[in-house]
Ligand binder design. Structure first.
Ligand code: DC
Length: 227
């Protein structure tokens, strides 16, 4: 990995605004964008597709290593995700793929199998990396690290809106329960738990408009990068 290529890491829990903020910032900078959560979701989705056992860490690590994932970016919009050549953009966003992703994400062998794939995104002119452990584990040398938070209620409302826009109807109380359960699993797991890097800047996005968060993140970058 070429460590002279600049990286901005944006970590945080589900619904904190990471995806939206990261895509806009990457597009403004003209940098590459890594949605690392999508890689874990792809493993969850591929397990369902193949009828594989998500509790079998060896099988899940092998699946993570052999599954080909390609992102097709389109400015600020969510990139299309091709899994073994098939468009699985919507399939990886279902709650069941998310729940399976959270299970496989707790397996050290799966995290190891996805590490090289994530490092390969570090390409010129720079990378915005979105996830849970971008600043702590995958790109610990990143020049700029952000950790986004938001109240659980607001995160549930954002997920609800996103799912509704995709034509999926989910009860908001169920979503809140699912978000709290997933937060606990992600924060309490032994490998790469969800926590801010010591040198990350914390930004609470509750009731803060997207454009204000984008401006705060861009302001953290050195002048020569912002242009
Ligand atoms: O951000 P997301 O909801 O798409 O992430 C899906 C799951 O993957 C979530 O349970 C946390 C996990 N994940 C992880 O463990 N490490 C990352 N860098 C990104 C996501």
């Amino acid at each position: 990995m070429d460590t002279s290529i600049p990286v901005l890491t944006i970590d945080g829990p589900s619904g904190s605004g990471k995806g939206t903020i990261s895509r806009i910032v990457a597009s403004r900078l003209g940098w590459h964008y890594l949605d690392s959560g999508a890689l874990y979701r792809v493993v969850g989705y591929a397990a369902g597709r193949d009828g594989a056992d998500v509790s079998d860490a060896t099988a899940m690590a092998a699946l993570a290593a052999r599954t080909a994932v390609r992102f097709v970016t389109a400015g600020d919009a969510e990139p299309r995700v091709l899994v073994d050549g098939v468009d699985a953009t919507d399939a990886i966003r279902t709650e069941s793929a998310g729940a399976a992703a959270s299970v496989v994400a707790a397996m050290p062998a799966v995290r190891q199998a996805l590490l090289d794939k994530q490092c390969a995104f570090r390409q010129r002119p720079g990378l915005v990396a979105d996830g849970r452990d971008m600043g702590t584990v995958v790109f610990p040398d990143a020049g700029c690290k952000v950790f986004l938070t938001a109240s659980a209620d607001q995160r549930a409302q954002r997920r609800h809106k996103q799912l509704k826009e995709k034509g999926l109807s989910v009860n908001i109380d169920d979503l809140l329960r699912e978000i709290l359960a997933r937060d606990a699993r992600d924060a309490e797991r032994a490998v790469s738990p969800l926590k801010p890097a010591d040198d990350a800047v914390l930004i609470d996005t509750t009731d803060v408009p997207v454009e204000r968060v984008v401006a705060r993140v861009l302001a953290l970058l050195p002048d020569h990068i912002r242009g």
